[in-house]
Design a binder for this molecule. Structure first.
Ligand SMILES: Cc1ncc(COP(=O)(O)O)c(C=O)c1O
Length: 393
């Protein structure tokens, strides 16, 4: 293959001084924004410069990571190691799983729903109102029938509403889209309880997909965390890679029971492999990033990071409350929820809101002094706007 440097010799121009300046400005912009990045569950604490050389090749993991492929500039071997690590993490035996490295949590969720639809074309999807916004759109894309279930105030699905709704539609296979950490409050739907509902209603066939975008990388490292993985009887799971692990590009993994995927696999001559994945061309750098993180930080490293993030979440709740602001968090959550502050705070700190709630997420990169500064700003802006009583509601 032609080296990039040879290409440049062959005529590729270097960047003009003006373009170089624009890049520099862009970098400075990103650096500055990273300082106030406390409202999203993305870790920015990583250094993948050891992988830099790979960017000189058209790496592409097109198709099935477990099947041979005529496009051989790929990282499938590493991808399979990443998947094996996640399979162990989510307790599915090596012979039972299939999966791939995705573009992020959303793709993994679409994949889980796609599998469910192929297995149960008449199935009815149940998901709580706290489910990530992308899911309703994905259900439209997949043209799947669905019913939104009420949420409890903490963001967890309302089991009574779920029971009643499934009971009314007992003749249709239920497809449960469960949240293992909702976007706004990091609430965890209780898979054991959901399974009990299905068995109490004597439902013969069902499918459970877990959206574990963030918590799929925290719960395995917290003692006493609820059971949510394949041990609990789920059928597929999606976990984001750019969230807790951290990555310069969005990525994630999806795992599902192998026997389901075998039913949808199609062999494609052009790429000489199986077309089991949602997209054709797939990011071959993302598996390297995940692999590098796993190999350098390992389970012990992740456990320490999770403990540190939880400690900061506890600190944040305590500090908010000490200043008269009713912050709270779900058990096992690194998401600290507080009443929606004035706009000026949201803009400064890149804080996501939903209705009357806001949150900060104490990821690895969030420092205690940033938490203190946010709280100072929230208090000051509330006092300036309407007085502190306003924000305690
Ligand atoms: C619970 C949940 N599910 C899915 C997603 C979408 O994941 P991604 O951004 O990795 O596509 C998010 C993103 O924040 C999320 O919070």
């Amino acid at each position: 293959m032609v080296e990039a440097t040879e290409l440049r010799v062959a005529g590729e121009a270097a960047l003009s001084a003006e373009d170089q300046r624009r890049l520099e400005q862009m970098l400075q912009y990103i650096r500055a924004q990273a300082e106030t990045f406390i409202g999203y569950p993305c870790n920015g604490y990583f250094d993948y410069s050891a992988l830099h050389e790979f960017l000189k090749y058209p790496v592409n993991n097109v198709g099935d990571p477990f099947a041979p492929c005529t496009y051989r500039v790929h990282t499938r071997e590493i991808e399979r190691e990443v998947l094996a690590w996640f399979a162990e993490l989510t307790h599915i035996p090596p012979s039972d799983y299939w999966g791939y490295v995705t573009n992020g949590g959303t793709e993994g969720n679409i994949y889980g729903l796609f599998l469910a639809r192929e297995l149960f074309p008449q199935g009815l999807v149940y998901y709580s109102e706290d489910t990530h916004y992308s899911v309703a759109k994905n259900l439209r894309v997949l043209n799947m029938k669905h019913i939104m279930i009420r949420s409890q105030p903490n963001g967890e699905i309302d089991y009574d509403d779920l029971y009643e709704t499934i009971r009314i539609h007992r003749d249709v296979p239920p497809i449960i889209f469960a949240n293992i950490g909702t976007t706004m409050t990091e609430a965890i739907d209780d898979i054991v309880r959901i399974r009990k509902i299905l068995s109490d209603l004597a439902i013969p066939e069902s499918y459970i997909h877990c959206d574990a975008a963030l918590s799929g990388m925290t719960l395995p490292f917290i003692d006493g965390a609820p059971l949510y993985d394949f041990r609990a009887g789920i059928d597929s799971i999606s976990i984001s890679g750019h969230k807790f692990i951290g990555s310069p590009m969005p990525c994630g993994i999806v795992l599902a029971k192998k026997r389901y995927v075998e039913r949808i696999a199609r062999s494609i001559e052009y790429i000489g492999t199986l077309d089991t994945t949602l997209t054709g061309s797939r990011n071959g750098i993302a598996p390297l990033i995940l692999w590098y993180a796993i190999r350098t930080r390992g389970a012990d490293g992740f456990r320490r990071e999770v403990a540190d993030c939880l400690e900061k979440a506890r600190y944040a709740v305590e500090r908010f409350r000490a200043r008269g602001i009713e912050a709270w968090r779900n058990p096992f959550a690194v998401t600290v929820v507080f009443p929606r502050p004035p706009e000026v705070v949201l803009e400064k700190w890149q804080i996501a809101v939903h209705r009357n709630r806001a949150h900060i997420i104490t990821m690895q990169t969030v420092r205690r002094e940033q938490i203190d500064a946010v709280i100072d700003d929230v208090v000051a802006s509330c006092e300036a706007a309407a007085g502190p009583a306003e924000i305690k509601g």
